[in-house]
Ligand binder design. Structure first.
Ligand code: PMP
Length: 374
């Protein structure tokens, strides 16, 4: 196989070797059920609670405010449906039109099956919601406001600090933030955020691993019914060793938040794309440092992705979770971009392992593809 270049880190990331090694060691040793009453079970339980405590310490919350899940999709479902089901007298939800499918589809299910009303806030050309629109949307019967911090397709950063202040001070709504694409990339504080979703595999951790931060005063109904695991909020035998290594993964992510390298790659790549005819950049100048979204209108995303794949590049078009269903990006459409642009977008997302030489190879391949197909 020719040399492959990975520019799809917003989709998932390579596991840190230290995380993998620790996981393998733990799994060999701690295979018993954390709920078992014999000594070995108590030991697994103790180790998992130690990890919960470490995560809580890193996030400056209490250990009983950390709920282990299988990833951000589950965390989002639990936050949204769990909050809705435990506050049955309020039937309105506010979210944005560019959330991840796990948020949008949870909201749609609440509308279609359970009679909720959902306001999907518009975004401007820079892919952001406005505080004014949030203010206008919130009503007396709004149970939840659910917004992402960083958009996974275009990397726009919502003004969460400004919005949370308003939601907390001026409304009774619960505030949920999908932090999946923000963790390890930009600083955040969980102050005044009631619920927050995170995923390990976006930060060089294991797949099938995530957390929902749930502040003490928030009531949730479980979505996975079962035993008393995770404070009765998530049934099922604990994925104990996976949960243990989440602590290490999160610590690495927060300790290595320096984005100087990926930022310089992004700037270099944007400069090179800017020198080419017919390339449209689909993101604001202040987008997150590791994501680039561009279109070359004459070549549809799928054709471009396949051509890039054949030249050794792993890239996305839309969010990977949507990519098999739609051929235009609902995020770009919501930003007011044309169908032609929204159906020809390509997303590059870098990690610290990428190099300037890889960008040069990419630009060269892109030029060849445009010459051949454009
Ligand atoms: N939210 C956002 C913003 C995401 O980018 C993703 C992953 N594409 C998710 C949620 C879902 O994460 P997971 O794969 O852990 O379920």
């Amino acid at each position: 196989m020719p040399h492959r270049i990975y520019f799809d880190n917003a989709s998932t990331t390579k596991v840190y070797p230290e995380v993998l090694d620790t996981y393998k060691d733990l799994l060999t040793k701690y295979y018993v059920n954390s709920e078992s009453l014999y000594d070995e079970g108590s030991e697994v339980h103790r180790m998992m609670e130690k990890a919960r405590g470490a995560i809580a310490g890193l996030l400056e919350v209490n250990p009983d405010e950390i709920i282990f899940t299988s990833g951000a999709s589950e965390s989002n479902s639990l936050a949204i449906k769990g909050a809705a089901f435990s506050n049955k007298d309020k039937k309105h939800i506010v979210t944005s039109s560019i959330e991840h499918s796990s948020v949008l589809n949870a909201c749609r299910q609440l509308e279609e099956v359970f009679g909720y009303e959902v306001t999907y806030l518009p975004v401007d050309a820079s892919g952001k919601v406005s505080l004014e629109d949030v203010k206008k949307a919130i009503r007396e019967d709004t149970v939840l406001v659910s917004l992402m911090y960083v958009n996974n397709e275009v990397g726009s950063i919502f003004d969460i600090d400004e919005i949370k202040e308003y939601v907390k001070k001026k409304s009774h709504a619960i505030f949920h933030v999908d932090l999946t694409q923000a963790v390890g990339k930009i600083p955040f504080s969980l102050k005044d955020i009631d619920l927050a979703s995170m995923s390990a595999h976006k930060i060089h951790g294991l797949k099938g691993s995530g957390i929902l931060v749930k502040k003490k005063h928030i009531a949730l109904s479980p979505i996975i019914s079962g035993g008393e695991q995770e404070f009765g909020l998530r049934g099922g035998t604990s994925n104990a060793c996976v949960n243990m290594v989440f602590a290490k993964t999160l610590r690495f992510a927060l300790e290595n938040m320096d984005t100087t390298h990926v930022k310089s790659l992004k700037e270099y790549c944007l400069e090179k794309l800017g020198e080419m005819q017919g390339i449209h950049i689909n993101q604001p100048n202040d987008a997150i440092d590791h994501i680039i979204n561009f279109s070359y209108e004459k070549i549809p995303s799928e054709v471009m992705q396949n051509a890039l794949n054949r030249k050794g590049f792993m890239v996305s078009a839309r969010s990977t979770c949507e990519s098999k269903e739609l051929n235009t990006s609902y995020v770009l459409k919501a930003m007011g971009l044309s169908d032609a642009i929204a159906s020809s977008c390509i997303r590059l997302s870098f990690s610290n392992e990428n190099t300037k030489e890889e960008i040069d190879l990419f630009i060269q391949s892109l030029k060849e593809i445009i010459q051949q197909y454009g």
